[in-house]
Design a protein around this ligand. Structure first.
Ligand SMILES: [Zn+2]
Length: 489
């Protein structure tokens, strides 16, 4: 599961659909069979979240072991490579760039007088090895609420006031319209420290989405001392006004940053269980295989983030669900399994899949994401992420009702919409949902987020699988119906 981020809201489509009736017994298995599924899933989780697998960080030996394990499991079940690329069977390369900030400097000049901002009061970043904008004109753009034309921004350094939740998009718009660098003014030195801490460790980006933007941050106080208290206050006051116009100042700004940079390929694992009707489209099961690997310094007693719940549990459900579907098949439609990389760094693998999919995305009739699924006990409500955004609502709600489970808390489900891989596919029009007891009720996921989430303590021991197995059985019946054209044209 990805850290919280603010995203735009997609307008979804809602279609009605009527399906054959299923009865509760379709969603239940004997206690013995339930125990068998549980033991198989626990086995997968213990392997994937073992110290040997090193926390499954992209680009490490842990990646190799993880991909080997998943491929072997799926091959035993009857899957074949789904990459549609004989040169890269099973593993679709995802070129990544890793960066780690090293050093930065922000300097202002006016009438030949130079002032460098304090390190405690300012910081700048780039994803390049080194980026420098030297003595460029400084334009004060206030909150940058209005989009600005390139002729006003090109080659200049924009000084912007931060507005919580809005700043990233406004910064991106300033860069898109030609700003050479953007300095965001923040109210306190604590914020600078937080920004430094947040990006102090290695960050991963898609090589295909890389921008070499140069982004700086500085405190109000530091800016006031360089610009002059009364002038700064005038600018701040002007920025509050509805008819604010950007101010081209007589300051020159120098912004400089460097980072350690490494390029490497990670991989999405893609398998396919062939259907009988090549023209019928496909069902996709996806989950992210990656996690954070070594996530603490040498002094910590446990340095590994093993990611048992997040997301060895999701991959374990996918393997056992795939096994049961393969036994029920063959179906008309292909069933694809996608294990994504670098979800933890912003859904990178899922975005790469959407950019260059092994089959046209329109052919994916339904996609089901499995992420952080093992929190609830048996009989828990089903959280429904993606409700109202695909034509799948009716058939899903019908199956939840037939299984005599409650639909989970909608407020909670909606909080996770943009924090999971399904979001990257939904944005490209693929009908994608996440159905999980883990996001079905108040308190459950919150308690995980405040304890083991992204911590070395997210380990295989003692995790709760009852709800995840209920969910697996629900998916089994639902997907068996969706996979045949007679039931779901
Ligand atoms: Zn996560």
């Amino acid at each position: 599961m990805m850290r919280k981020a603010t995203q735009a809201i997609l307008v979804g489509a809602l279609a009605l659909f009527a399906s054959a009736c299923a009865t509760i017994s379709d969603y239940e298995v004997s206690d013995r069979e339930f125990a068998e599924i549980e033991s198989a899933m626990r086995g997968h989780i213990e392997v994937l979240a073992s110290d040997e697998f090193e926390g499954r960080r992209p680009g490490t030996r842990g990646e190799e072991l993880t991909l080997d394990y998943l491929q072997t499991q799926l091959e035993q079940i009857g899957f074949v490579s789904g990459t549609n690329d004989p040169g890269n069977a099973w593993r679709a390369p995802v070129p990544l760039v890793s960066t780690m900030p090293v050093d930065s400097r922000i300097k202002f000049a006016r009438r030949g007088r130079f002032t460098t901002l304090d390190q405690e009061a300012s910081v700048a970043f780039t994803t390049s090895r080194r980026e420098l904008v030297g003595e460029a004109e400084l334009i004060f753009v206030g909150f940058a609420r209005e989009e600005m034309p390139p002729e006003e921004l090109s080659g200049r350094v924009a000084l912007m006031l931060s507005e919580p939740g809005e700043s990233p998009a406004r910064r991106a718009a300033l860069f898109a319209n030609g700003a050479a660098a953007v300095i965001t003014a923040v109210t306190s030195a604590d914020t600078i420290a937080q920004i430094r801490a947040a990006v102090a460790s290695e960050r991963l980006h898609l090589a295909s989405e890389e921008d070499a933007s140069l982004s700086g941050f500085a405190t109000y106080e530091a800016l006031a001392s360089v610009i002059g208290q009364s002038r700064w206050e005038l600018w701040l006051e002007a920025a509050q006004s509805d008819d604010f116009e950007p101010v081209l100042t007589d300051f020159k700004a120098t912004v400089e940053a460097s980072s350690l940079r490494r390029e490497f390929a990670s991989h999405n694992l893609i398998g396919r269980l062939p259907g009988t009707d090549p023209a019928a489209g496909a069902i996709l099961l996806l989950g992210h295989w990656d996690h954070f690997g070594v996530c603490r310094d040498e002094t910590a007693p446990d340095r590994l983030c093993n990611g048992a719940v997040d997301n060895a549990s999701g991959m374990a459900v996918i393997i056992e669900l795939s096994r049961r579907l393969a036994q029920r098949g063959p179906f008309d439609r292909d069933i694809y399994v996608l294990g994504t990389t670098a979800e933890e760094w912003g859904l990178l693998g899922a975005r790469a899949f959407a950019e260059s999919p092994p089959l046209p995305l329109e052919e994916i009739v339904a996609a089901f994401n499995f992420d952080t699924v093992a929190l609830a006990g048996r009989g828990s409500p089903v959280g429904f992420i993606g409700e109202g955004r695909t034509p799948l609502d009716a058939i899903i709600l019908e199956h939840i009702a037939a299984s005599e489970r409650e639909v989970g808390d909608r407020e909670i489900a909606s909080q996770f919409l943009a924090r999971q891989d399904g979001w990257a596919l939904l944005q490209e029009g693929v009908p994608t949902v996440l159905l999980s007891s883990a996001v079905g009720q108040q308190g459950l996921v919150q308690s995980y987020l405040s304890t083991d989430y992204h911590q070395p303590s997210d380990e295989a021991e003692g995790i709760s699988l009852g709800g995840a197995i209920d969910d697996l059985l629900l998916h089994e019946v639902l997907i068996s119906e969706l996979a045949n054209t007679a039931n779901y044209p």
